[in-house]
Write a protein that binds this ligand. Structure first.
Ligand code: OGA
Ligand code: MN
Length: 369
């Protein structure tokens, strides 16, 4: 029988790493029976249903960005993780395709920054979507190397661009944060009790079926009193939430398409990781574009059949994660004249180090051409 996470390790040195490796393991696959599934919400004393205040966001505002009325959201806290909120897919049926399309077609566009920029010219990464559409495949990546640019996309940064070398947000490298994503983030943050949230930076992660995201803490944002929002689309994933120390054993949970996670308060600076992508139970292509009566507001619009055909092919074996962060505290100057609080305005070179890993793929053991 496959080993279960809790029998594998007690809290102690490298507890997180051991559990990370367990869930990442291909052969033999781990036992998933201890993984919390909020969408099934089995009886578990750790899961605490929480009622969000529906008066904070109007039903009309929620609908503008494709969300159900807050009164219908199913939200949960986790015992022992204050400030952690999990909301199972609050998206109106038919609205997820819009966000998926934005992540694949719009957000990778210049002036946003992506992993492909590191080894390609701006002209080569100019229109990832158009260059990829003719050759996009839905075959499992385990069987071959990803061919198209879209399949090789691993991250995109928005707003204050995250600098992977200095491991900081560059206060002098800001491009306009997408208005509709700012609006979506605001509604979610407000519903969770964080009015006035300012979506200043976004990191989009693109996972193939064998990708994982290493153990890290998101601490480079300067105002940790602001929540970190996370949106999941496409294939499911196992998310590990640990403690403030590397050696604290993490708890495992599924993230399915449409699920939201809010890390705030004491949970804002906890270690976490994504060891594994798992095939979704539901057919994500069946998310469909024809179920929602679009109001045509806030730039949120119906996705064309043609675009959805590409998106559904992509998410057939991939997961997209959007994390939205407020980098600076309240009262920070406008993005045109950014500066780091506590520093002189002209001093924009000093940067705060951060331990954050980016997505890695397992190299295929065998390559079939
Ligand atoms: C991150 C992160 C988790 C996920 O981008 O910092 O932790 O669900 N993402 O992909
Ligand atoms: Mn993170």
């Amino acid at each position: 029988m496959a080993k279960m996470a809790t029998s594998l390790v007690e809290t102690g040195e490298d507890a997180f790493r051991k559990i990370f490796k367990l869930y990442k393991r291909k052969n033999p696959p781990p036992d998933f029976c201890e993984v919390i599934d909020f969408s099934k919400c089995g009886t578990n004393e750790k899961i605490v249903p929480v009622k969000l205040n529906p008066a904070l966001v109007s039903d009309e505002d929620a609908a503008k960005v494709g969300l159900h009325p807050v009164k219908d959201w199913r939200a949960f806290n986790l015992q022992g993780y204050p400030g952690f909120i999990f909301i199972t897919n609050p998206f109106i049926r038919g609205s997820q395709p819009f966000w998926i399309r934005q992540c694949l077609k719009i957000y990778p566009q210049k002036p946003n920054v992506c992993n492909l920029d590191m080894h390609m010219s701006t002209t080569d990464t100019q229109d990832i979507w158009a260059k990829s559409v003719p050759n996009l495949s839905c075959t499992s990546v385990r069987k071959r190397e990803p061919r198209t640019l879209l399949e090789r996309l691993r991250w995109v940064t928005l707003g204050y661009h995250y600098n992977w070398n200095s491991k900081t947000y560059s206060s002098n490298h800001y491009t306009q944060f997408p208005a509709e994503l700012q609006l979506l983030s605001c509604q979610v943050a407000t519903a969770c009790g964080f009015p006035g949230f300012n979506a200043e930076a976004g990191i989009l992660n693109y996972y193939r079926s064998d990708s994982s995201l290493g153990i890290h803490v998101d601490e480079s944002e300067l105002d940790h009193s602001r929540p970190l929002l996370s949106f999941s689309f496409g294939q499911s994933a196992i998310f590990l939430l640990g403690g403030t120390q590397r050696q604290d054993a993490p708890i495992a949970m599924y993230m399915h398409s449409g699920d939201l996670m809010v890390m705030s308060g004491q949970s804002r600076l906890l270690y976490h990781a994504v060891p594994r992508i798992v095939q979704a139970d539901q057919d994500v292509a069946a998310l469909g574009i024809d179920h929602w009566n679009w109001q045509g507001s806030a730039g949120v619009e119906q996705v064309s059949e043609k675009d959805w055909a590409v998106c559904s092919k992509y998410i057939h074996n991939s997961r997209i994660n959007i994390t939205v962060r407020q980098v600076f505290g309240e009262g920070h100057s406008s993005p045109e004249t950014p500066h780091l609080p506590g520093q002189k305005k002209e001093d924009q070179t000093e940067e705060k180090p951060l331990k954050r890993r980016c997505i890695s793929d397992q190299l295929p053991t065998k390559v079939f051409i």
